[in-house]
Design a protein around this ligand. Structure first.
Ligand code: PMP
Ligand code: GLN
Length: 381
C-alpha cells in the first residue's frame, strides 16, 4: 500500500530521515533548510520570548501577525485582505490544511487532489470524512490535465487542492491554468484549498501567482502560507491562512478545537519576517537558485537526468538509467546505504505505485553539504 493514502503508516520523509540519522548519511530527503534562517528573526523571537506575552494569544492569532499577513497579501499578490475577519494563524501549513478539511468537508464530500501530492492531503481528507480523488500530472512537463480534471468532477465534488509552486516537481501553475481552475470553481460551486507554502521560492525570474488574485476565485479560495518555508524555520510550525469570512469561520472553529493557538513569541517573529524588505526575499531566491545549480551539476556529473526546477527547493531526477529494478523506494534505500546520501522516492506522492522513475533531492543546504553529497554520488555512480 502506498504510504500517501495509508493512514497511520510512517511517511517516507520520516522513515528516510530516521535511517539517514542511523547511518550518518547526508539527508537530502525530507525538505528542511540548513542555515538559511534570517538572523534578525531569531533575535526578534528571542526578545519576544524574554518579554512575553507567554499566555494564550487570541484564537485567530496575534493582531500584529494577522496584519502582517494582510500586508504581505497586498504587497506580494495585490490581494486586499481584512486582517480582522479573513486571516487565521495556524500550527504550520499542515494544521491549516487539516483545519480546512475538518471545517469544510461533510462525510462523503469529494476533493480533487493533483498528484504528485504532498502526503498529508489524502490522509487528512479521509480523516475529515471526505474522499480524495486523485488526478495525476505527468513528467516532465506536469501540465494540468484538463480533460482528466473535468472527468473527475461529480455532484459530490466539494473542493480542489492546488499546490503551487508544487512539491516535489517545482511546477508553477501558469495564468492559463489558474484561469481554467477559477472557471471550474465557479461552474461547479467548489472551493480551492491553495497550498502556497513555496510562494517565495521561485527561480530564473519566474514568480508565483495565487489563484486568489483572480476576482472570480477570491471568495472561493483558502490561501495557505508557511513561515517554515518562507523563513527557513520548519521546526517553528507557524502557518497562516487567508479566506473570505464565510470560509474562514468554519476553518477557525476546527482550529479552535484542534490546536486553539500558536506560540506568541514565534508569531511576533514571523510578523517581523513578513515585513522584511525585498532584499531578504530576493536574497533567498538568489541563494537557493545558486544551490539548485550546484546540486544539479553534481547530480548530472553523477549520471542522473535532472528535471527542470522552476520553484521549491527540490530537484527531481530520473533514475531509469541507474535503477536495476523498477522500484524507486528500493533504489533510495540502496542509494542511502551505499552512497551515504538520502533522497525521497517520488512514488510516495502518488496513490498508485506505478510512478517509480523519479527520486527527489532537497537542495536548501550549505554549499559544502551539497558538494560532499555530489562527490559521494559521483563516487557511487
Ligand atoms: N504543504 C507542502 C506542499 C509542503 O511541502 C509542506 C512541507 N513540509 C507543508 C505543506 C507543511 O508545512 P508546515 O511545515 O508549515 O506545516
Ligand atoms: N514537506 C516536507 C517535504 O516535502 C516534509 C515534511 C514532513 O516530513 N512532514 O519534504
Amino acid at each position: 500500500v502506498n504510504p500517501v493514502f495509508a493512514d497511520g503508516r510512517t511517511s517516507a520523509f520520516e522513515a528516510m530521515s530516521r535511517l539517514a540519522i542511523e547511518l550518518g548519511a547526508i539527508n537530502l530527503g525530507q525538505g528542511f533548510p540548513e542555515a538559511l534562517e534570517p538572523p534578525e528573526l531569531i533575535e526578534v523571537a528571542a526578545a519576544a520570548l524574554h518579554s512575553g506575552p507567554h499566555q494564550y494569544p487570541p484564537m485567530l492569532g496575534l493582531p500584529t501577525l494577522r496584519q502582517a499577513v494582510a500586508e504581505a497579501n497586498l504587497r506580494f499578490q495585490g490581494i486586499h485582505t481584512d486582517w480582522a475577519t479573513e486571516v487565521l494563524v495556524t500550527s504550520g501549513a499542515t494544521e491549516a490544511l487539516a483545519s480546512s478539511f475538518l471545517g469544510l468537508l461533510e462525510t462523503g464530500d469529494e476533493v480533487i487532489v493533483f498528484q504528485p501530492a504532498y502526503d498529508s492531503y489524502g490522509s487528512m481528507i479521509r480523516r475529515a470524512g471526505g474522499v480524495p480523488v486523485p488526478v495525476r500530472l505527468d513528467p516532465p512537463d506536469w501540465t494540468l490535465p484538463r480533460e482528466r480534471i473535468i472527468a473527475a468532477i461529480t455532484p459530490r465534488t466539494r473542493a480542489v487542492v492546488i499546490n503551487t509552486p508544487m512539491n516535489p516537481c517545482g511546477k508553477i501553475f501558469d495564468d492559463a491554468e489558474l484561469a481554467f481552475l477559477a472557471g471550474l470553481l465557479e461552474r461547479h460551486d467548489l472551493v480551492a484549498i491553495c497550498d502556497e507554502v513555496y510562494e517565495h521560492l521561485t527561480f530564473d525570474g519566474r514568480r508565483h501567482r495565487s489563484l486568489m488574485t483572480l476576482p472570480e476565485a477570491r471568495g472561493r479560495c483558502l490561501r495557505i502560507g508557511s513561515a517554515g518555508k518562507s523563513f527557513s524555520v520548519t521546526g517553528w510550525k507557524v502557518g497562516y491562512l487567508t479566506a473570505a469570512p464565510a470560509l474562514l469561520g468554519p476553518v477557525a472553529r476546527a482550529h479552535h478545537y484542534l490546536t486553539f493557538t500558536v506560540p506568541p513569541a514565534l508569531q511576533v517573529a514571523v510578523a517581523a519576517g513578513l515585513r522584511l524588505g525585498d532584499a531578504y526575499f530576493d536574497g533567498l531566491r538568489t541563494t537557493l537558485q545558486e544551490r539548485r545549480e550546484r546540486l544539479a551539476s553534481g547530480l548530472r556529473a553523477a549520471g542522473f537526468t535532472v528535471l527542470d526546477c522552476p520553484a521549491t527547493y527540490f530537484l527531481c531526477v530520473d533514475i531509469s538509467a541507474q535503477a536495476a529494478t523498477e522500484d524507486d523506494v528500493a533504489f533510495c534505500d540502496q542509494l542511502l546505504r551505499e552512497s551515504g546520501v538520502a533522497a525521497i522516492p517520488v512514488s510516495t506522492f502518488y496513490a498508485e505505485r506505478d510512478m517509480h522513475r523519479l527520486i527527489r533531492f532537497c537542495f536548501a543546504k550549505r554549499a559544502e553539504t551539497l558538494n560532499e553529497a555530489a562527490s559521494r554520488l559521483r563516487a557511487w555512480g
